[in-house]
Design a protein around this ligand. Structure first.
Ligand code: GLN
Length: 539
């Protein structure tokens, strides 16, 4: 039987509960145990696929094509482990399957209730993971204790303690200890209240992680311990850090792993090796040179919308020994500008990320034109690849009005379009192509070098439109090479410009597969190109 760790959050959201959960998972793994994470989201959407990135941040896509909460991105990056749709469940999904069972008559005429039926369904989602036979399952409950929505989830995990007992379950509460500037004091009251709320439900936390602006000190620890009935050594601090990748190191220093393993009656390994994380963070925090990369997008005010992209740049920073600064540029702003060169005068490279809908499209195309003409490194992801194709069609091939049928259904040059279904292959129809698909890389291209001369790669997709194969040959004849395609040769997966230092567009989302110590090769080489543009051969 596996051991269970449950992570709840108190006081406010956005505390870094996902980072704490990921860090704990990593530490437990380093003690030699296998770990499987699960994020339970109390909202009623069936998945975040339909949610607005302005509100919800990035939608993280797994290999099996699930659209999940962005915390799964943190889990994958910290645990260095591929996850699937089984690792994220929302209240929407849980209610859906419960109601379906009710319709099928599974409950034999009984009244279907929150307790026990909904809570049983929640527990089922947790217990499903047992099939993988991991040593430890870490369940993070989204939202904040005290929310109406999270109640059934908390009730379900309370029941699990009753079912499996103390040595098999461990409750962690991540809470905020705010600093009141005017009086220069840290306050424990919100934490006291949040734990009171938890105990009202019947959950006594086994360990408290205090998020604060600064280290909390002994007095605050004593006070929280006294009021929450959690032993002092299990009240730990997690102050704001210069990088999230330090979190596992801090939590290890606070002996969180030791305490959890003790609580779960698991043997800790004598000394765990975190030297790779230490080296990674040391390098990251001591980078001397820097490059600036302009991200031209629509969701630029909500940095979480491009979470995996910004993390990929952190990984590529370390691998290139150069600090990457991101400059978020609102594409709509570029549309009104007559001369956009000033906007790019302080950047070394341009990236256009994925996106949906018409807004800001023309601004992104202008940015791509600028990058192509000025031989500035360009990296287009998904929509960014589609728009690079459109820009090329309009400005190099002279196809006036070339577009994607997403934005202009009547264009005479539908460079990007919904492809008709091919015989026996469903995926080209009107629905999103999601999850990992293979691409064959063309030898002799820059892409081939970047991927280390492998012939086949697997990358994650999330899009509806595709490059229109009718235009492929004219593109290739004029210097835009298809350097990656689906195994049947039908779908264009990667394009690269021949006479340009770095101009690559990919139909997929490489950012979902970048890891701290294993940066994605395209991100790595893109940053390298930016560095070369700024420093030339001097480094
Ligand atoms: N809107 C485009 C499509 O659906 C691109 C999607 C994306 O960038 N993820 O194909």
């Amino acid at each position: 039987m596996p051991k269970y760790i449950f992570v709840t959050g108190g006081v406010v959201s956005s505390l870094g509960k996902g980072i704490a959960t990921s860090s704990i998972g990593l530490l437990i793994k380093r003690h030699g145990y296998t770990v499987r994470p699960l994020k339970l989201d109390p909202y009623l959407n069936v998945d975040p696929g339909t949610m607005n990135p302005f509100q919800h941040g990035e939608v993280f896509v797994t290999d099996d094509g699930a659209e999940t909460d962005l915390d799964l991105g943190h889990y994958e990056r910290f645990l260095n482990q591929d996850l699937s749709r089984k690792n994220n469940a929302t209240a929407g999904q849980i209610y859906e399957s419960l109601i379906q069972k009710e319709r099928e008559g599974v409950f034999l005429g009984k009244t279907v209730q929150v307790v026990p039926h909904l809570t049983d369904e929640i527990k089922l989602r947790i217990k499903e993971l047992v099939l993988n036979k991991d040593d430890v399952i870490i369940v993070e409950i989204g939202g904040t204790v005290g929310d109406i929505e999270s109640l059934p989830f908390l009730e379900a995990i309370r029941q699990m303690r009753l079912e499996y007992g103390e040595g098999n379950t461990f409750f962690i509460h991540v809470t905020l200890v705010p600093y009141i500037r005017s009086i220069g004091e840290l306050k424990t009251k919100p934490t006291q209240h949040s734990v009171m709320k938890l105990r009202e439900i019947g959950i006594q936390p086994d360990l408290i992680i205090c998020r604060s602006e600064m280290p909390i000190g002994d007095e605050i620890r004593d006070k929280i311990s006294l009021f929450t009935n959690v032993p002092r050594e299990r009240v730990v601090e997690m102050p704001d850090l210069p990088t999230i990748y330090q979190a596992p190191l801090i939590l290890h220093k606070e002996r969180v792993d030791e305490n959890i393993l003790q609580g779960l009656k698991l043997k800790p390994s004598k000394k765990i090796d975190l030297s790779d994380w230490e080296n990674f963070t040391n390098t990251l925090l001591n980078l001397q040179q820097k490059v600036r990369i302009g991200i031209v997008g629509k969701y630029v005010d909500v940095k979480d919308s491009y979470k995996s992209i910004s993390e990929s740049f952190v990984h590529a920073s370390v691998s290139n020994n150069v600090k990457v600064e991101l400059k978020y540029i609102d594409s709509e702003k570029l549309e009104e500008m007559r001369d956009i060169s000033e906007e790019f005068s302080d950047v070394d490279a341009i990236l256009v990320p994925g996106g949906f809908g018409q807004r800001g499209i023309e601004g992104k195309i202008k940015a791509i034109e600028y990058a192509r003409e000025n031989k500035m490194p360009y990296f287009g992801i998904c929509l960014g690849m589609q728009l690079a194709s459109i820009e090329f069609a309009r400005n190099v091939l002279g196809f006036k009005g070339a577009n994607s049928t997403e934005f202009d259904p009547d264009t005479s040059f539908p460079i990007i379009t919904i492809l008709p279904e091919k015989e026996g292959i469903k995926r080209y129809g009107g629905t999103l192509r999601k999850g990992a698909y293979p691409a064959i890389i063309k030898p002799g291209t820059k892409t081939y070098e970047i991927y280390g001369k492998v012939d086949i790669i697997y990358e994650r997709h999330r899009h509806r439109y595709e490059f229109n194969p009718e235009f492929r040959s004219i593109f290739e004849e004029n210097g835009m090479i298809v350097s990656g395609e689906s195994p049947d040769g039908y779908l264009v997966e990667i394009i690269e410009l021949k006479d340009h230092p770095f101009f690559i567009g990919v139909q997929f989302h490489p950012e979902f597969k970048s890891r701290p110590m294993r940066p994605h090769p395209i991100f790595h080489h893109f940053v390298k190109a930016a560095k070369y543009r700024r420093y030339g051969n001097e480094v």
